[in-house]
Design a protein. Structure first.
Length: 341
């Protein structure tokens, strides 16, 4: 329906990723009484990152549950609750700690629906910050997109903007499969524009669909989570030099929307992937392989280029940390390499 020239534009407001996630949890707790949230400090303390702020006061002890510091324990309780018909949202204080519970995530949650021939769905969400933060060293900085994206039975989403965060979390809670929601701690306080529609209670972002954040003709940049913003910054720099980048926000790691990437590569003839994770067996490696195996390969005018984190455990020192994760200059360099300029 076209808008008449006299009607006011739809209201757009600035919402942080933290508030968008809080909104999503609040709306889904209200909408479906089977939904509950559990994890360390999610209730009385309002969440380690304040994502669950106000929810314990509003919904009480049965719906927002503080757990002991035992990921294997509370993830196992959550998986059992999902098998019994509830819809738990299980928060890990960081996804590095999900290693304590990976047996529950993979062997219990991901495989049960398949092994029971579909008779036992496991509608559970595992969520929390993933990848590098700032100054927290190797045991708190790993990106698990490739790890969890490797496993059939799981869906894996990785939001960038507030709209992504709200829409993907709501879609994940409503999904009958186990979904891993990989958030970025460094994005929690970042405000993004959100339309009136995105702030409505029925707004969801479909799982498995990428979004083109910027149209371009010379090179395709594909990223997820925080590096999407770096790609847009690099695109702005390159635009001044006459290079127009198409920026794709993957949004979902599994199932991967390779069709959107293919269509873009057919148009631009060049591909650069960007991620905070390690190079070996990474998300970018999978995208490059899929492009090579598919119809878009014949349209490439140069080899695809991967921009990734350095192949080292994350250093603690800030200057080393900055050199270990992709910066805007690294993306600009990779684009110029791909375009041979």
């Amino acid at each position: 329906r076209s808008r008449s020239p006299l009607s006011p534009p739809a209201a757009v407001s600035q919402v942080t990723v933290r508030d968008a996630l809080n909104q999503a949890l609040d709306e889904e707790l209200e909408r479906d009484e089977r939904v509950f949230l559990l994890g360390e400090e999610v209730a009385q303390y309002d969440g380690a990152y304040k994502i669950s702020r106000g929810l314990w006061k509003k919904y009480g002890d049965k719906r927002v549950i503080d757990t002991p510091i035992s990921e294997m324990g509370f993830a196992g309780i959550a998986v059992g609750a999902a098998m019994a018909g509830l819809r738990p949202v299980c928060e890990f204080m960081t996804f590095n700690f999900s290693m304590q519970a990976i047996d529950q995530v993979i062997n219990s949650a991901a495989k049960t629906c398949y092994m029971s021939a579909g008779s036992i769905p496991v509608p559970i969400v595992f969520r929390g910050p993933n990848g590098a933060s700032a100054g927290v060293a190797a045991q708190h900085s790993q990106c698990f997109a490739a790890w969890y994206g490797h496993c059939p039975g799981l869906k894996v989403v990785s939001p960038w903007s507030s709209e992504d965060a709200k829409g993907l979390l709501k879609a994940s809670i409503r999904d009958d499969n186990p979904v891993v929601v990989l958030e970025s701690e460094l994005l929690y306080g970042v405000p993004f524009e959100m339309s009136e529609q995105a702030q409505s209670k029925e707004f969801v972002v479909p799982i498995g669909k990428a979004k083109i954040e910027k149209q371009g003709t010379h090179v395709t940049l594909v990223a997820h989570s925080r590096p999407v913003g770096h790609c847009l910054e690099a695109a702005a720099v390159l635009s001044k030099e006459g290079v127009e980048c198409e920026v794709i926000n993957l949004r979902t790691i599994r199932p991967m929307d390779i069709e959107t990437v293919e269509a873009s590569v057919v148009k631009t003839n060049h591909l650069v992937t960007v991620e905070g994770g390690w190079p070996q067996f990474g998300v970018g490696a999978e995208i490059c392989a899929r492009i090579m195996e598919g119809p878009a390969f014949n349209y490439l005018d140069a080899p695809a280029v991967r921009v990734t984190g350095a192949d080292v455990p994350m250093p603690y020192a800030k200057i080393l940390e900055d050199n270990s994760i992709p910066q805007v200059k690294d993306i600009v360099f990779a684009v110029k390499k791909a375009l041979n300029i």
